[in-house]
Design a protein around this ligand. Structure first.
Ligand SMILES: Cc1cc2nc3c(=O)[nH]c(=O)nc-3n(C[C@H](O)[C@H](O)[C@H](O)COP(=O)(O)O)c2cc1C
Length: 419
């Protein structure tokens, strides 16, 4: 039987840690009483009659449902960008496609300057994930993902592009994209931009067909040089990579700063999601619909609970990974190489979206390596990783057939990211 998320998934965020949930066997609390108390024990203690209790509990639940957006999933201004990304053909319209790219913790660390014939892409260092991206690699890779979407959209709307990465000048200027009139080329990767989501559910055990691996391998070209992909599909190597991911996750949660810096990007109520339009939400965890809805009704969890479930989820995700991919570059510390790697990983992710496969970035190992370097310690994960994939590992992911459909994550629209 294929693995399914269990009841413990209620407490199970995927990327960093934070999630909503209760201990196994707990009954949901209304959120109105003390956090440690179950709803039933709370009502019992205050001595409310059963009928009254039901009315009050229903009211509290209804409020929580409203607060969590249970009734309006994937709706509201935080999700509009997914419906409007195809609008327009001029330079500024391309930003709508760029903002739908993947980014670490959904930080969306980008700012764009747009003129008729040129778009400049800037990093927004204030949107770093701190100790989780100690040397800035994931910020650059995220910008590479946006660059890939931007170029696909430009081509589809009849623009020829000339991209200069790390052009110098302003320190945060990451890439300049010059546009010239050309013939529109609308391929499957472009068409998949609005369907690409991170899928953090358990995957079925079936292997990824070799035709799919070959097709994805075919996406590596000169535009993304020197980035390439190393696949881990054999049982032993997958198990070893999974073990390293779980160990790195344990090290992550044991590191107070990493844990806090992850939790800072967790968005647990509907209002905050609509206002901030970024970060990670329970919709992104990959839970079955009924479990997800229940999870939204429970009170927000503590960082410590969330950390525990981050480890639990990683165990589920690694055990159910029929293939891992690692993007490798010549120099993972170079901004150019990181951007190229970001472009390639976004391409692969778009391809899986076009072919009904699930895709999840999984970067705990390199996050720990960078963190150790930042603190001047021996990077304990460096040699085991190199033994598996060689030198130059930049970012990693898993691919497979998901057990639960992925959902939209919030996005700041173009108007909020153009200077
Ligand atoms: C550089 C980078 C690193 C990421 N690392 C992880 C990770 O370790 N685990 C994970 O579940 N998702 C990871 N993600 C996925 C993001 O969390 C995801 O793209 C973001 O939340 C937006 O959601 P979406 O991909 O569904 O649009 C990463 C994405 C990028 C670009």
């Amino acid at each position: 039987m294929s693995p399914q998320p269990s009841a413990t998934d209620l407490r199970a965020p995927a990327q960093p840690a934070p999630a909503t949930g209760a201990r196994d066997g707990d009954e949901p609390s209304s959120g109105g009483g003390p956090a440690t108390m179950t709803r039933r024990s709370f009502l019992r203690r205050v001595g409310i009659g059963t009928a009254t209790a039901f009315v009050l509990a229903d009211t509290a639940l209804a409020y929580r449902a409203y607060d969590q957006g249970v009734l309006a999933e994937e709706d509201g201004p935080a999700f509009d960008a997914w419906d409007t990304w195809r609008d327009g053909t001029d330079a500024s319209s391309l930003i709508g496609a760029a903002v739908l790219a993947a980014s670490a913790h959904n930080t969306q660390p980008w700012v764009f300057a747009v003129s008729d014939r040129q778009i400049d892409l800037y990093a927004d260092p204030a949107r770093s994930t701190g100790a989780n991206d100690a040397l800035g690699r994931e910020l650059d890779v995220s910008l590479g993902c946006a660059l890939e979407n931007l170029q696909l959209a430009a081509r589809a709307r009849g623009h020829l592009t000339e991209i200069t990465t790390a052009p110098g000048g302003a320190p945060d200027l990451v890439a300049s994209i010059r546009l010239r009139p050309g013939t529109a080329v609308d391929g499957e990767l472009h068409r998949a931009i609005g369907d690409r989501h991170s899928n953090r559910s358990a995957y079925r055990p079936d292997p990824v067909p070799s035709s799919a691996l070959t097709a994805m391998q075919g996406l590596v070209d000169d535009d993304v040089a020197p980035a390439r992909v190393v696949w881990l599909t054999g049982t032993r190597e997958r198990e070893r990579f999974g073990e390293l991911l779980v160990e790195a996750t344990r090290a992550h949660v044991a590191d107070d700063e990493q844990s806090r810096d992850s939790f800072a990007w967790w968005r647990s109520d509907w209002d905050t999601i609509q206002r901030r339009k970024d970060g990670l939400t329970i919709d992104g965890v990959g839970l079955r619909p009924v479990v997800r809805t229940l999870g939204k009704l429970l009170p927000a969890t503590s960082r410590e609970d969330a950390d525990r479930t981050f480890v639990d989820r990683t165990v589920v995700q690694t055990r159910s990974a029929p293939a891992f991919g690692i993007i490798v570059v010549d120099d993972p510390t170079s901004r150019r190489d990181r951007l190229a790697g970001g472009r390639l990983v976004q391409r692969l992710h778009l391809w899986t979206a076009a072919h009904d496969l699930g895709f999840q970035h999984m970067n705990q190992i390199t996050e720990r390596i960078d963190r150790d370097h930042q603190l001047g310690r021996v990077a304990t994960f460096e040699s085991p990783l190199a033994e598996l994939v060689g030198d130059g590992a930049l970012v990693a992911f898993r691919v497979g057939t998901p057990t639960v459909a992925a959902r939209r994550s919030p996005r700041r629209p173009a108007a909020e990211v153009v200077r």
